[in-house]
Structures are given as structure tokens and as C-alpha cells.
Design a protein around this ligand. Structure first.
Ligand code: C3S
Length: 437
């Protein structure tokens, strides 16, 4: 329920100027502009004054006219440098936020022409045989230095009553599951061919089990968003201002004149830097460190490049099709000497398509975590993986049937159906509309 609220928060316009918001900044839902403005206003050298009566209207068009009144409004709305972070809101704040998101969503639904949902193009890295990899393991284990969220006490009261489960249960689940695997060591995925259940079947499940015990959903989201921020080499807003820095013709030529071998080595180095940040991101996802080492490696092997490509969209300028690389923005032609034109084109196309979705940093963070965890799914035998699609459509049909039934027998659903059933399968608006019949 909370993931939903986090990802939908931008339906609420900026509380300062009414522009499209990009999330909670300094404790208030604001747009990128007002966030940046507030950040700049916090430097001690800044002193604003209003040349009118200190009651200027602040909206999208006028927000740059009076800094003093804009700042006043920021403060009045509750912006503060050390504002409580999203994940630590009180239950009341959270509920009212969710209610507000829902109100805006309903309003949007009423506005007839809704945007078509855009689908992500299928893009997968090739499935290489899994081999034992010391370079992934080494940095993973000894560097658990930072006191992460997992060390924080569990606030069991915040766990949804239907979702709470005892530590022992979840552990048993994870262990029972592991028990069904054949060997549980790296050799099982370094050797052999054909379809067998690799050790990596467990990440999804044991991660779910860990997450279920350790954090409630909102803390999980907040923590993922924080991890993403802390493990990104570059900040999106900083890079926006560097978009003019484009490689000159001569510089591009210098890259193009490198030998295939030189350019590959160079790119492999840059890519490895980026992967290392992703490894750090993964380690900070609650539950990840609780996985067995093989599972960690397995997820990173299939997921880290995927996450790098997701992250690439943040550093991509769709206006001219360039990406921030080696300190400036580079187009596909710069990578010519790699002799992989088709791959580079596909990667840039993907960045373009992801950019078009205009994801917020929160969404990029949550999507990255999803991609990483989902990477484990690639290890399912194909026929089993395909069942997921069938399950999805069966469940969608179930919801459709319930809607149909509810139209015929609204009171039965409202009064006689189990609460859990309604909460899981009945959408809020429908429940409300039944209630007001
Ligand atoms: C064949 C292979 C070796 C070449 C791959 C060529 C391209 C696709 C690679 C080379 C990138 C992808 C352009 C790579 C270098 C970048 C390195 C990578 C995208 C990005 C832009 C980064 C920074 C570094 C991905 C996002 C990283 O930013 S971060 O750390 O803030 O997430």
C-alpha cells in the first residue's frame, strides 16, 4: 500500500508553486524547482527581501519574481533542512498523505483522457553460465561498515497486521526452501547444463522472507531510495546544469581513433566503476546482506548491468541523445571504435525510452531494486517463469469477475465478505461507493 503511495506521490502538485512535484523534499511535496530554491536559500550568505507587502502570490509562473515570499511559503508549508524523512512519518501523516494521493488520483481519473500506459521495451542481457567470481564476493563481505537500517530496532506496530509474521516462521520458510536445493554451494551453478533448479532460485524467496521480518514496506522504500541516493556517482540536478558540456568534434575523433582493444578497455573500466556503485546499492537493500553469498553473487551477476542501464537514463539527455561519460556528454558515435554499433544503439534507445517515462529519483531507486531482485527470476526454468504471466492474467480475471459480481450483489460484498478479501481484491473507490449506496 505504501509503495503505491510513494510512487504516486507526484500526482500531488508542488505545495509551493503548483508545478508537477517530484517527491517529498525537506519534508514537503515539492517540484524540483522549489526543492533547489529551498536548498540554495539555506546557505548562510543568502538574504532575501520583498519589495512589495510580503504577500506575493507564488505560482508556477510567478515563483521566480519574489524569492522572499517564495521562501516564506516554503517555511510556512513546513520545509525544513532537517525535516523528518519520508519513511519516518507518523502514521497519521502517512494516512493523510495516502488519502491525498488517492484524492488526486480520483480527480485525474475523472479527467477523461488518461495517458496510455507506456510499456517498457523488453531488454535483457544475455544469460551467461554462472561462474564463481571472487571479485564480486570480496568487496561484499568485509566492507559491511555502515550501520544500516537492518540494525535499527523493528517497529512491529507499523507492520500491517496481515503481513506481520514471526521471525522464526520466515526463517523457517527461507531455510526449508534452501533445503530443497541440491547442494547450496557455488559449484551447483558453475557447472552443468540443461534445466535444473539452480541455487539462485532462493533469492526472491529468502529476500521476501527477510524483508517481511526486518522492515515494513514504507521503511523498505525509504531505505531503498536513500541507498540509491548515497550510491549514485552523480546527482541528477547537478548534471542538468552540465548538459552544455558536449564532446567537441576533435575529442570525439580522438575516441574514434582508439583501437578496438583500447576503447573496450577504457569502457570496461568506466562500466566497472558504475557496477561497483550498483554493488554498493545492492548491499544496502534491506535483506540483501542476509542472503547467502552465492545468491548475492547470482543476483549481481545478472542484475548489476541491468541496473547500470537503468541508472544510465538519469545521466541521459534525450534532447540530443547523449549520455554523461568521462566528464562530458557523448553521443553514440563516440563509441564507434568498440565496433558494437548495434549494441550501443540499443542501449541508447533504451535510455531514451526510460527517460520518456519521466521517472522521479524515487521511482528510479525502486525500479532498480526491483530489477535487481527480479534478475533472480531469470534463473527459473523458462517454462516455470512463463507461468508467472499466466498467473498475472488469471488474477486480473479474478478481479474482473469480482467487479461483475459486486455490481450484482454490492451488499453481499460489502457486508458479508471477509475484510481481508475486500482489502486485497476490492479497490478502495469501489468499496467506498458500495458503502455510500
Ligand atoms: C562493450 C562495453 C564494454 C561498452 C559499454 C559502453 C557503454 C554502454 C557504457 C560505457 C556506458 C553505460 C556508457 C558506461 C560506460 C557508463 C559508465 C554508464 C552507462 C553510466 C552512464 C555511468 C555512470 C558510467 C551509468 C550511470 C552511472 O552513474 S551512477 O554511478 O551515478 O549510477
Amino acid at each position: 500500500m505504501y509503495i503505491y503511495a510513494v510512487s504516486q506521490i507526484e500526482v500531488i502538485p508542488c505545495k509551493i508553486c503548483g508545478d508537477k512535484s517530484s517527491g517529498v523534499h525537506y519534508g514537503v511535496i515539492t517540484c524540483e524547482g522549489c526543492k533547489g530554491f529551498f536548498r540554495r536559500s539555506q546557505s548562510s550568505s543568502v538574504q532575501y527581501s520583498c519589495s512589495r507587502q510580503s504577500n506575493c502570490l507564488i505560482d508556477r509562473a510567478s515563483r521566480n519574481r519574489c524569492q522572499s515570499c517564495r521562501l516564506k511559503k516554503c517555511v510556512a508549508q513546513g520545509m525544513s533542512r532537517d525535516a523528518v524523512k519520508f519513511g519516518r512519518m507518523s502514521k497519521r501523516q502517512r494516512d493523510s498523505l495516502i488519502a491525498e494521493v488517492e484524492r488526486h488520483r480520483q480527480q485525474q481519473r475523472l479527467q477523461a483522457n488518461q495517458d496510455e500506459p507506456q510499456s517498457l521495451p523488453a531488454f535483457r542481457t544475455s544469460k551467461e553460465p554462472r561462474v564463481h567470481s571472487p571479485h564480486l564476493i570480496q568487496p561484499l563481505v568485509p566492507t559491511y561498515s555502515c550501520p544500516l537500517d537492518l540494525e535499527r530496532p523493528i517497529r512491529s506496530t507499523e507492520v500491517h497486521p496481515y503481513l506481520s509474521c514471526a521471525t522464526g516462521e520466515a526463517q523457517a520458510l527461507g531455510m526449508a526452501y534452501r533445503g530443497t536445493q541440491r547442494s547450496g554451494n557455488s559449484s551447483s551453478f558453475s557447472a552443468g547444463r540443461g534445466e535444473r533448479l539452480p541455487v539462485c532460485l532462493s533469492p526472491c524467496l529468502s529476500l521476501c522472507a527477510c524483508v517481511c521480518v526486518c522492515v515494513c514496506v514504507e521503511e523498505l522504500c525509504a531505505s531503498i531510495v536513500r541507498s540509491h541516493r548515497e550510491t549514485s556517482q552523480y546527482r541528477v540536478d547537478e548534471l542538468q546544469t552540465l548538459r552544455w558540456k558536449i564532446f567537441s568534434r576533435e575529442e570525439v575523433h580522438a575516441y574514434q581513433s582508439k583501437t578496438v582493444d583500447e576503447m573496450w578497455q577504457h569502457c570496461a573500466m568506466r562500466l566497472t566503476d558504475a557496477v561497483q556503485y550498483v554493488v554498493e546499492f545492492a548491499k544496502r537493500i534491506p535483506g540483501f546482506r542476509q542472503l547467502g553469498q552465492n545468491d548475492q553473487i547470482c543476483l549481481l551477476k545478472s542484475g548489476s548491468m541491468e541496473v547500470v542501464l537503468v541508472r544510465m537514463s538519469r545521466l541521459f539527455n534525450p534532447e540530443n541523445g547523449t549520455v554523461f561519460f568521462d566528464g562530458k556528454f557523448a553521443g553514440t558515435e563516440l563509441f564507434k571504435s568498440l565496433a558494437c554499433g548495434d549494441f550501443i544503439a540499443a542501449v541508447f534507445d533504451f535510455a531514451h525510452s526510460l527517460c520518456a517515462l519521466r521517472l522521479t529519483e524515487q521511482q528510479v531507486a525502486l525500479f532498480s531494486a526491483l530489477v535487481l531482485i527480479n534478475a533472480g527470476m531469470g534463473h527459473f526454468p523458462k517454462h516455470l517463469y512463463q507461468k508467472v504471466t499466466v498467473l498475472r492474467s488469471l488474477c486480473a480475471l479474478h478481479i474482473e469477475k469480482l467487479r461483475w459480481f459486486r455490481q450484482l450483489y454490492p451488499f453481499t460484498v460489502h457486508s458479508l465478505f471477509p475484510a481481508l478479501y475486500k482489502e486485497l481484491f476490492g479497490s478502495d473507490i469501489d468499496v467506498q461507493s458500495v458503502a455510500t449506496l
